[in-house]
Ligand binder design. Structure first.
Ligand code: HEM
Length: 326
């Protein structure tokens, strides 16, 4: 009979083979696994060092980087359009309502500076962001994966296009649509929402769930919320809240990449309406149950879905400065 160690080894080989298959498929999208092997062999390590250094000083950095990559890929593909600064006559994506709480741009600036010192003009900002998001997850205790590279940076970033990003009040149908429109599946929706295992939401993102006006009667809360969880959110975010930084962790272990998000969701402790929406359909509810029961299954699925999302192609140049077009 096979020993448990052999089984674990066998499973790891299977996971690696599955991820390699997904990665090989990415090559069909114009990305490649060895694009920088000769052109800039030190690039990936330089990005990892920049992420490591930043998160040692600021534990919110991994969440910031993961969300940056998501918001980049969902508008014009993963082309670093989210990194461009507004100019005199064009307001850029980063200044749009869903993006004003994005942060950790400085980590990408530092990584780009380090990479440019090694091999100027070779490594795109979009690839740096894809590496950094992977590192953010892995260095927070989550899975790791090989990032196919060769993305190009875009020259266009328009605030108007941020309205296509799914919002915290999106219904299941709207979420599904937002993912399908980008070639991602309903399963990807559930899996990538697991990114909410990291990070924080401001009160404004869930205020309407905990202070529901009741025609002059006592204010109510969303009945889907666990009552003691709702009470703690109301303490953190009172109706007359004026503290801009107030809010709550998206799960109870918001600096650890784990499957707590799904277990909280099942317990009525999902923070955003869009999280809760994953329980409203039998198919997505079953995925939530699967990942709540098995962190291993979640990690495997997350790596695959991230490869799919970060394969959405965009731009056409390698920027010298991630904040400006060449
Ligand atoms: C499914 C649709 C999604 C919606 C509606 C959504 C919405 C939100 C909202 C409203 C916040 C809080 C913003 C704030 O109040 O500051 C947030 C935070 C976050 N989201 Fe999502 N999100 C979605 C999917 C994703 C995906 C796919 C990922 C990554 C794979 C992700 C990663 C994050 C992270 C890491 C944070 C915490 C950011 C931080 O602490 O700075 N989200 N999201």
């Amino acid at each position: 009979m096979a020993k448990p160690k052999d089984l674990i080894m066998f499973r790891s080989v299977l996971v690696a083979a599955a991820l390699l298959l997904v990665a090989l498929k990415e090559e069909a999208h114009g990305l490649s696994l060895n694009y920088y092997d000769h052109k800039c062999p030190g690039a990936e390590a330089a990005v990892t060092a920049a992420v490591r250094q930043a998160m040692a000083k600021d534990s919110t950095v991994p969440a910031g980087l993961l969300r940056l990559h998501f918001h980049d890929c969902f508008v014009r593909g993963c082309d670093a359009s989210v990194l461009l600064d507004s100019t005199g006559n064009v307001t850029a994506e980063k200044d749009g309502p869903p993006n004003v709480s994005l942060h950790s741009f400085f980590v990408i600036d530092n990584a780009k500076q380090a990479v440019e010192a090694l091999c100027p003009g070779v490594v795109s900002c979009a690839d740096i962001l894809a590496f950094a998001a992977r590192d953010a997850v892995a260095l927070s205790g989550g899975p790791s994966w090989v990032v196919p590279v060769g993305r190009r940076d875009g020259r266009v970033s328009l605030v108007s296009e941020t309205s296509t990003l799914p919002g915290p009040r999106a219904s299941f149908e709207q979420l599904k649509q937002a993912f399908h429109a980008r070639g991602l599946s309903t399963k990807d929706l559930v899996v990538l929402s697991g990114g909410h295992t990291l990070g924080f939401a401001h009160c404004s993102s869930f205020q309407d769930r905990i202070h529901i006006n009741n025609n002059g009667g006592p204010q109510q809360v969303d009945p889907a919320l666990n009552p003691s969880f709702a009470a703690s959110l109301r303490r953190a975010c009172p109706a007359n809240n004026t503290v801009r930084a107030a809010g709550s962790g998206l799960d109870a272990t918001s600096t650890a990449f784990d499957n707590t998000y799904y277990r909280m969701l099942q317990a009525g402790r999902g923070l955003l309406s869009s999280d809760e929406a994953l329980l409203t359909h039998p198919k997505t509810r079953a995925f939530v149950a699967l990942y709540a029961a098995s962190q291993e299954a979640f990690f495997r699925a997350f790596a695959k879905s991230m490869l799919r999302m970060s394969g959405l192609n965009g731009g056409n140049e390698v920027r010298a400065n991630c904040r400006r077009v060449n």
